[in-house]
Design a protein around this ligand. Sequence first.
Ligand SMILES: Nc1nc2c(ncn2[C@@H]2O[C@H](COP(=O)(O)OP(=O)(O)OP(=O)(O)O)[C@@H](O)[C@H]2O)c(=O)[nH]1
Ligand SMILES: [Mg+2]
Length: 372
Amino acid sequence: MQQHLQEFLSQIEQAYWIEKTNTKPFNILIIGKTGVGKSTLVNALFGEQLSATGVGLPVTKTIAEYHQEGFPITVYDTPGLEIFAEVNQEIKQSVARLIADGYQENKEKRIDIVWYCIHERASRYEKNENDWLEEIAKQGIPIILVLTQTFSSKNSEFLAYLKTRNLPVKEIVRIMAKPYQITEDFVVPAHGLDNLVKVTANVLDGSRRKTLISNQIVDVDLQAQEAHRYVDSYIDNLVFKVASITDPLLLLEQLTELLGATSVIFNVAIDKSIVSVVFNFIKKIISELFKNILSNDILYNVANIADPTNVVKSYIKIIRLVANVYIDVLTMKKKAEKENINITEDELIQVTEEKLNTQLEEYSLDDNIEVR
Ligand SMILES: Nc1nc2c(ncn2[C@@H]2O[C@H](COP(=O)(O)OP(=O)(O)OP(=O)(O)O)[C@@H](O)[C@H]2O)c(=O)[nH]1
Ligand SMILES: [Mg+2]
């Protein structure tokens, strides 16, 4: 094994940054009357990465922009319609201008989705609001109606009523962005944000969907799902490339891309401990499985493998195995962080090793390698 851990690590870092640089940014327009919980929602979804508690950057008198250097999601925050017609006119015009700018002048400012927020207990949705949403929807911008501060995740009269109307929205989602203390010993738990992420992800295009899933902080399982999807499609596209592989070390090269990109999906920095466990594992497998090949000139010996397709199968199995374990470990690590549970480096190393070895037993790789 010529390649050093350090080199493996730096290649993963490189793949990570390439993937990160390719992240497609996008813009959310959030509309809702003052106090409905827009800022609370944005903070719960994106946390400190995009703190929306400050005043934001005023785009116009009625629109504030929340944007942080290095964070790919920008939120435009605007109050909903009030009772005064003149104010409403101003709000509508500002929003129309914001949308038009994104279409004509500055593609980076394109509004990709609207979250229209209504406080569920206010239970009001008026005709002028509906007319406004119809105008926005006509421009091809998907709208999600968000009922905020809902006490239960189940149905409500208001929701039932809204469903009977043919609203110009893709979905209606009910949320409680943070736990709501009713009495000293009764708290309504937070709910629905994961659903808002899923529903929103489903109306965004593929690359923006990925941006949302990676950068939200409420649903780790969704990141794991996205990572598995990525691995599957990566491996599907790999088959033909690998078929010509005559060098088992290429396994490491393929893995650098996978591990780098997967880390971006989880929005976590490359963890040296995990990577070194993976590296040693691969090293061990390669030397065991390809003992005969490696002992002599590589190219010469590959020509002696009875059935090259079995080698390919083994490559793919190892890549899938390592990628799956990596996803499992990142999922576990992130969930623990979310719950404020501390995992030591040693524990992380141990878990990763255990998972890799358990998986390896199940895969029974040896069956697939035959050397004449
Ligand atoms: N517990 C709980 N409180 C919430 C929730 N959403 C909003 N609130 C509370 O309601 C108040 C208003 O929430 P904000 O998020 O500031 O509302 P906003 O829509 O941003 O209001 P403006 O910035 O004035 O337009 C705050 O005191 C929040 O703590 C929620 O999901 N749970
Ligand atoms: Mg606010």
